[in-house]
Design a protein around this ligand. Structure first.
Ligand code: MOS
Length: 740
């Protein structure tokens, strides 16, 4: 049976609050945590060992060959010399190979045809050998002849496109700027960034007849299976993708990657299992990056600091033909009120690594910059930065007039300020401890929230254990744990009586992990299935579902209590199906929060050390206080990276990535991350599916870097508008100050 809900109306029943098991919201450890920390969780690349024991032939290993020009055509591959090398079985290139990885939720083949080169690092061929080392050697020695063309490598040097759907304007911003009591007009830049997931992409492909099985590391098997099938020209039902554990994705594993198509093609050609894993440099070169941005922010305010006008213009880049375009101003549409508004979005077509979704696409860089600009306005107007934000929170979406599904930005700002001790903040450049200048900064956190279509199957056995199944993934976020909690709560079972299976495209379609929508969407599907099972149990008990209490494996109705094994004669199986509907269109749905940071800036070297950080977030119902907190800790840590160190550098001559490994592409390490505090506001959002929950994976990122950048200004009076704020840029400002 299917319990289908088209989400046309908000759901304010708050059913989980009526339950008795008491596990929902609890800070429970991850259910798969022990497997991961003891090495028993088998990741994609490790399947080579477990799948192919003594009875099976060892897999062949494929290594991708990457283009070494930014634009042109492949004329020839020096196959013979490589085929003569020891262990090499094949040098393959086929029109089905991917030129670009698929974008998130594409569900169809991305740009193919590797003989045409669109960026340096693009996969063009696959060398397959008996061992990984032999394949890598062959790939490195393959001589490729190209007809090279001039590529566009500088986003600033080409005439950008202005996609119509991404422009918006109300009123007359220019006039608002002219008539403002206080105004600022500033430009910021943010560099390209890498997702830098810990586990590299890997696929092990094998065929049984015309059926393809791929063990891979992907965020969205429900979309990835049809993407892979479409790339190979076979029906989607012939492809099964299995991704039970994903060692981080951050957007880089949303869409099918070149490793999957190459491995599947090679396995078919050679009639054996083929494993293709990306090296760390390939993780940078052949997988989507976050676009660099140039952003101009204009703010006009009256004498009390009420915004009369705001403008946000962005220039981003991507390859020709790619539809994704970093949605920089996504949150600007609704974060603050102002009658006169203008949003401009430009995209430059360049021959650089494909751009795509990376960790809170849009807001990660858009909110960072907009909140830094708000700090500049606060300084110009002489208004406390928290107060400035409080004065500009809109009653409803300022562009459409739609109400917010819920908006606790004001509460988050007040809560965070109080917990952080914001009142102790001093004027810029006035607090010094030895050679360290100390400052505080803050920023609002905002991220759009959405639901995705989700299905999940729940089976309650007559023994009183339950199985939850969906092809949703757990990319380190805690999906296994929260889905288990939801089923345990609604079915009144202890956690250990519930098993959750994820990440297999053969299971009912979840929406995948992306856009922070996994928990609320898949969780709703699980809840719908559980409610249907509850109704059947109520029927057996002879009472209404609302009167039924399920706790510790017992059904309770009035003064009748019966253990489930006594009550059930057969398994009860239901499928929950949540389909987004009109409820989504009726409101502006977003998550909100506030970041506070304290930094010390070395007055001699310009070095910035983050001292402490506090985030308060409102994300609807919190399903697990521990995994939710971990999500925000991770998000805030990304903010540290964006503010202080992350920067992908393309060589201006050919577009190759200069710093394509984690030794030179810097992300925060333990020593860079001080004490982070996370606090959640109690919230139920009736528009957040049947759980009243909202997305949490990305909110912690949004604005986090802004709070740090603003703290640097407060510490030393230097405003760096070119991310990341490295010591050379701070030092330049400190020197300029001392000359003034
Ligand atoms: Mo996210 S960047 O949608 O994985």
């Amino acid at each position: 049976m299917t319990a289908h809900l088209k989400f046309d109306k908000p759901d304010a029943r708050n059913r989980l609050d009526d339950m008795a098991q008491g596990v929902i919201g609890a800070p429970l450890d991850r259910s798969e945590g022990a497997l991961k920390v003891t090495g028993r969780a088998v990741y994609a690349a490790e399947q080579a060992r477990s799948l192919h024991g003594a009875a099976h032939a060892a897999p062949a290993y494929g290594v991708l060959v990457r283009a070494t020009i930014p634009k042109g055509r492949v004329l020839s591959l020096g196959r013979e010399a490589v085929l003569a090398m020891p262990g090499v079985r094949a040098v393959l290139a086929d029109a089905c190979f991917l030129r670009n990885p698929a974008q998130g939720t594409a569900g169809k083949a991305p740009v193919q045809g590797p003989e045409e080169v669109a960026y340096y690092g693009q996969p063009i061929a696959l060398v397959v050998a008996d061992s990984f080392e032999q394949a890598r050697d062959g790939a490195q020695r393959l001589v490729v002849r190209y007809a090279e063309e001039a590529g566009a490598l500088d986003p600033e040097a080409v005439t950008p496109e202005l996609p119509e759907k991404k422009q918006s304007a109300q009123g007359d911003l220019d006039r608002a700027m002219r008539e403002a009591a206080f105004s600022i007009d500033v430009s910021y830049t943010t560099p390209s960034m890498a997702a830098a997931a810990m586990e590299p992409h890997c696929v092990i492909a094998s065929w049984t007849g015309d059926e393809l099985l791929c063990h891979g590391s992907y965020q969205m098997p429900n979309y990835n299976a049809p993407e892979l099938a479409d790339s190979l020209g076979i029906p989607a039902e012939k492809v099964r993708i299995v991704s039970p554990y994903v060692g981080g994705g951050f957007g880089s594993k949303l869409g099918i990657g070149p490793e999957a198509v190459a491995a599947a093609f090679a396995a078919r050609e050679l009639g054996c299992t083929v494993s293709v894993a990306l090296s760390r440099p390939q993780e940078f070169e052949t997988i989507t990056r976050r676009s660099e941005t140039r952003q101009r922010v204009r703010l006009a305010a009256d004498a009390e600091g009420r915004l009369t006008g705001l403008g946000h213009e962005a220039l981003v880049s991507n390859l020709p033909g790619e539809s994704f375009s970093e949605p920089v101003a996504q949150a600007t549409h609704f974060t603050y009120a102002a009658a006169h508004r203008q949003i401009v979005h430009r995209i430059a077509r360049v021959n650089l690594t494909p751009a795509g979704s990376v960790r809170a696409p849009g807001e990660a860089v858009g909110v960072l910059v907009f909140e830094a600009a708000m700090d500049e306005l606060a300084e110009a107007a002489g208004i406390d930065p928290v107060e400035l934000r409080l004065r500009n929170i809109p009653e409803a979406d300022p562009e459409t007039g739609k109400p917010f599904s819920s908006n606790m930005l004001a509460e988050a700002l007040r809560d965070g300020a109080q917990r952080f001790g914001w009142q102790a903040r001093q004027p810029a450049g006035t607090r010094r401890e030895g050679e360290w200048l100390v400052g505080m900064g803050m920023a609002s956190a905002v991220r759009v929230n959405m639901l995705g279509e989700a299905k999940a199957r729940v089976t309650l056995s007559p023994e009183g254990t339950a199985l939850v199944e969906t092809n949703m993934t757990d990319i380190g976020t805690g999906t296994y744990t929260i889905l288990t909690q939801i089923a345990a709560e609604l079915l009144g079972l202890p956690m250990q009586a519930v098993t959750t299976h994820l990440g297999d495209s053969a299971l009912p379609d979840g929406p995948g992990s992306g856009g922070s929508w996994g928990a609320a969407s898949t969780g709703s599907a699980v809840a719908l299935a559980c409610e249907a099972i509850r109704a059947r149990i109520a029927g057996l008990m002879g009472c209404d579902e609302e009167e039924l209490t399920l706790k510790d494996g017992r059904a309770i109705c009035g003064n009748v209590t019966r253990p489930l094994p006594e009550l059930l004669t057969e398994a009860l199986q239901e499928e929950g199906h949540l389909e987004p509907g009109e409820a989504e269109e009726a409101v502006r749905n977003a998550t909100f929060g506030a970041h506070f940071a304290e930094v010390a800036v070395n007055a001699v070297t310009g070095e910035v050390r983050l001292r402490r950080m506090e985030g308060t977030f409102a994300c609807g119902r919190i399903l697990n206080a521990k995994t939710a907190r971990s999500q925000c800790l991770g998000g805030m840590t990304f903010g540290i990276g964006m503010a202080l160190m992350e920067e992908m550098i393309h060589d201006a001559r050919d577009g190759h990535i200069v710093n394509h490994d984690l030794a030179e592409y810097h992300v925060p390490t333990n020593a860079d991350v001080p004490q982070l505090e996370v606090h959640f506001l109690d919230e139920r959002d009736a528009y957040g599916g049947t759980l009243q929950a909202k997305g949490i994976g990305e909110l912690g990122i949004c604005g986090a870097g802004g709070a740090i950048v603003n703290a640097i200004y407060n510490a030393c009076g230097v405003r760096v508008r070119d991310m990341p704020v490295t010591l050379d840029k701070v030092l330049e400002g400190l020197i300029a100050q001392s000359i003034d």
